[in-house]
Design a protein around this ligand. Structure first.
Ligand SMILES: CC(C)(COP(=O)(O)OP(=O)(O)OC[C@H]1O[C@@H](n2cnc3c(N)ncnc32)[C@H](O)[C@@H]1O)[C@@H](O)C(=O)NCCC(=O)NCCS
Ligand SMILES: Nc1ncnc2c1ncn2[C@@H]1O[C@H](COP(=O)(O)OP(=O)(O)OP(=O)(O)O)[C@@H](O)[C@H]1O
Length: 203
């Protein structure tokens, strides 16, 4: 009997469908750690991190009510990969610490999922048992993201993509791939993986 749950990473670029895939896993009672969402929470609630971000990006990184000004930060960092690296270096250790704390309350389940766009860059694959890559054609990812995020332009989305690994690079470390193109239903693919992970966790 394993002492801890299996840890599965779900990764993919902007608009690939990580969140929707994780929502399906969540319906199967699998706990999900959403690294993007937690990173945003930490930027506001971890005061040490907040002051480091102000030192790096200036007071404009936060609105007067203390909200993280994501539009401002996105405009700065997705155009300047060196600055993005510096921001990552502040945020990622905090996210790793937070994820480790989260895992401590999930010891009773067969497996958990960590959802993150930056799996390889963040070094997450070293602690994961398996990695699942969610893919979709680039144009479809752009159109889905435009429909979801009306405040972004196609140019913004391409700038973000340029700061992310390509699917080809992600395939090198992925154990499984979920095809999220228009004609490929997600639920059967998730169910197959779910059964596989349950089996792995039992042995
Ligand atoms: C830059 C920020 C302010 C943009 O916020 P915004 O709400 O506009 O976008 P959102 O967070 O939804 O991200 C949009 C897309 O960019 C991706 N993305 C986010 N951060 C990064 C990054 N550091 N490198 C590459 N892609 C990133 C997301 O996965 C998503 O696909 C925010 O993403 C941020 O603070 N990122 C740095 C923290 C981080 O690395 N988060 C990733 C998980 S650890
Ligand atoms: N198979 C699909 N059919 C229709 N819409 C989809 C499909 N997959 C994803 N979408 C939609 O496309 C958008 C992007 O998907 P999602 O938010 O899951 O991507 P993501 O990989 O989590 O993106 P990000 O990295 O930006 O957080 C969402 O609005 C989602 O509802």
């Amino acid at each position: 009997m394993r002492k801890a749950p299996l840890e599965i990473g779900v990764t993919g670029g902007i608009g690939s469908g990580k969140s929707i895939v994780c929502r399906i896993f969540s319906c199967l009672n699998v706990p999900i750690y959403d690294a993007d969402k937690r990173a945003k929470w930490l930027t506001v609630n971890d005061l040490d991190l907040k002051s480091q971000i102000v030192t790096l990006l200036g007071e404009s990184a936060y609105d007067s009510d203390g909200t993280y000004n994501r539009t401002y930060v996105a405009q700065r960092v997705f155009k300047d990969s060196a600055l993005l690296t510096q921001l990552n270096q502040l945020i990622h250790p905090k996210v790793h610490e937070d994820a480790a704390d989260w895992l401590k309350s999930k010891l009773h389940v067969p497996y958990v999922i960590r959802e993150a766009a930056l799996m390889k860059k963040a070094g997450d694959q070293n602690t994961l048992d398996f990695t699942v890559l969610v893919t979709a054609p680039l144009d479809l990812r752009i159109s889905r993201t435009l429909a979801r995020d009306p405040h972004r332009t196609a140019e913004d989305i391409r700038a973000i993509m340029q700061n992310q690994l390509s699917d080809e690079e992600r395939q090198k470390f992925a154990d499984f791939v979920i095809d999220n193109s228009a004609d490929s239903p997600l639920i059967p693919q998730v169910l197959t993986l779910h059964n596989h992970f349950l089996e792995k966790a039992a042995h």
